[in-house]
Design a protein around this ligand. Structure first.
Ligand SMILES: [Zn+2]
Length: 478
């Protein structure tokens, strides 16, 4: 058996699509930068989670379920966390626990499996300190004014990943000019903690307690769980510089290795309704808002429709996230769910993907190609071909969807006919009031009515009428 399974991945280090060959096919190792847990994950944060979840599923398919180690960290020490905890008047621990739990709940709704290992920064402070001391001993870092800084000019290859000129890097890193820095590009490995800030005994003989910089966290955690070098490092394209460039500098200089990860993968930017997502533009969308409130498009959305939408674009391409796209994804899910219901198809115990779907994914995770292949299978299934429907369901399950749940939802919609007419009238009345509330943008009232009905076991489902553009609501008994 060859380690080359025909997988091609675009490596940011070389800017080329390369054949992926793991260093050890009995343990394919991937690290992805995880969330800084101070706030709800926004839809841009969800993209790498879904993309690398799919890649982990593909690697397990190719190399075997027990031959892949997927690590995604939790950054639970960071200045943004300190500031937010202060604002909310809660402890740092309360904030990070609450936010990490919310992150897990949101990502589970998107069909993303947990990584194999999920290290927390606060549990790896000793490893970070050891790495920092090694960097100082080897002449790549220095102590100044109770800080430890990485000296960028000490590493000639610095900038290889980002491929930027020094001027661009200085501008891109928004470098903090500080008198204690030898070079403006030098970045923080360790800094002193003030009153009320989390702090640990400092390395390198510094007396004031301190805390690590963000970049050293990933270098220390990846080395601990995957080794000094590993196969794949992933993250959003916005992390390429300075975060990933700095991770490479720290890891390579501390371990004396020619690379940190062999392949660097970056997913493209995410926009919302054609614009850059930002709090000031008011188009900042969290996964929680999509799943649990009526804030986006006046209704709640299904996590699987979000996953489906994110996977319609190849991971390197920029994606425009729209309500229209979400509604289309949901329609597709309903249509396929109806098909599975009618043909009484559920995914196999151990669902295997089709060769055509694997072919698409092997080509740099070309999900549009994989879905195009599925649409062909779906056409045969619609003609009543049960084997094709089975193939479709198995592929969807492999891609991280729950087609069994789709069929069950359609079942509920279809079985509403024999409900007590008095209850039906009551529900219809409240649905009308909720639609009124929504037209008046009173989403609190709209949420309240939804919750009131949910407490009675009534589940609402919104969809947009194709012709009128109006939102329509159907309901079912849970
Ligand atoms: Zn990182």
């Amino acid at each position: 058996m060859s380690a080359d399974k025909g997988l091609l991945l675009t490596n940011t280090l070389t800017r080329t699509k390369e054949k992926f060959v793991p260093m050890d096919e009995s343990n394919v190792r991937m690290y992805v930068c995880g969330p800084t847990v101070y706030d709800y994950a926004h839809i841009g944060n969800a993209r790498p989670v879904v993309v690398f979840d799919l890649l982990a599923r593909l690697l397990r398919q190719l190399y075997g379920a027990n031959h892949v180690t997927y690590v995604r960290n939790i950054t639970d020490v960071d200045d943004k966390i300190n500031a937010r905890a202060r604002d909310e008047g809660i402890t740092i621990r309360e904030l990070t626990e609450k936010t990490a739990a919310q992150f897990h709940a949101d990502m589970a709704q998107l069909g993303a499996l947990n990584p194999d290992i999920e290290p927390r920064a606060t549990e790896h402070i000793e490893e970070m300190k050891a790495m920092i001391e090694t960097l100082v001993e080897r002449g790549f870092a220095y102590v100044a004014d109770e800080h430890v800084l990485f000296n960028v000019p000490s590493m000639p290859e610095y900038g290889e990943l980002a491929r930027r000129s020094l001027d661009e890097m200085v501008a891109g890193a928004r470098v903090e000019v500080a008198s204690y820095k030898k070079d403006p590009m030098d970045f923080v490995l360790w800094k002193p903690s003030g009153e009320g800030e989390p702090g640990w005994d400092s390395p390198c003989g510094i007396e004031t307690p301190g805390r690590p910089g963000w970049h050293i966290e990933c270098s220390a955690m990846s080395a601990k769980h995957l080794g000094e070098t590993f196969d794949i490092h992933g993250g959003g394209v916005d992390l390429t510089f300075p975060h990933h460039e700095n991770e490479i500098a720290q890891s390579r200089c501390a371990h004396g290795t020619p690379y940190m990860a062999k392949v660097w993968l970056h997913n493209g930017f995410l926009q919302v309704e054609g614009e850059k997502m930002s709090k000031s533009l008011g188009n900042f969308i969290t996964v929680h808002e999509l799943l649990d409130t009526d804030k986006v498009g006046g209704r709640k959305w299904d996590g699987e429709a979000i996953r489906y939408t994110l996977l319609q674009t190849q991971y390197r391409q920029p994606i425009d996230f729209t309500v229209k796209g979400l509604a289309e994804a949901e329609k597709q899910i309903q249509r396929w769910g109806d098909l599975f219901r009618k043909l009484e198809v559920v995914p196999s115990e151990n669902p295997q993907p089709s060769a055509v779907v694997i072919e698409g994914l092997l080509d740099d995770l070309n999900t549009p190609r994989a879905f195009a292949a599925l649409h062909k299978v779906a056409r045969d299934a619609r003609g009543g071909d049960k084997a094709a429907a089975q193939e479709l369901a198995d592929n969807l399950a492999f891609l991280g969807f729950n087609p069994k749940g789709w069929a069950e939802q359609q079942e509920e919609t279809a079985s509403n006919a024999n409900v007590d007419p008095e209850l039906a009238a009551f529900v219809e009345d409240l649905i009308g009031k909720r639609l009124d509330a929504r037209r008046n943008k009173d989403f609190a009232e709209s949420d309240r009515i939804r919750d009131e009905l949910a407490a009675k076991g009534i589940v609402l489902k919104d969809s947009k009428n194709k012709d009128s553009g109006e939102i329509e609501t159907t309901w079912s008994l849970a």
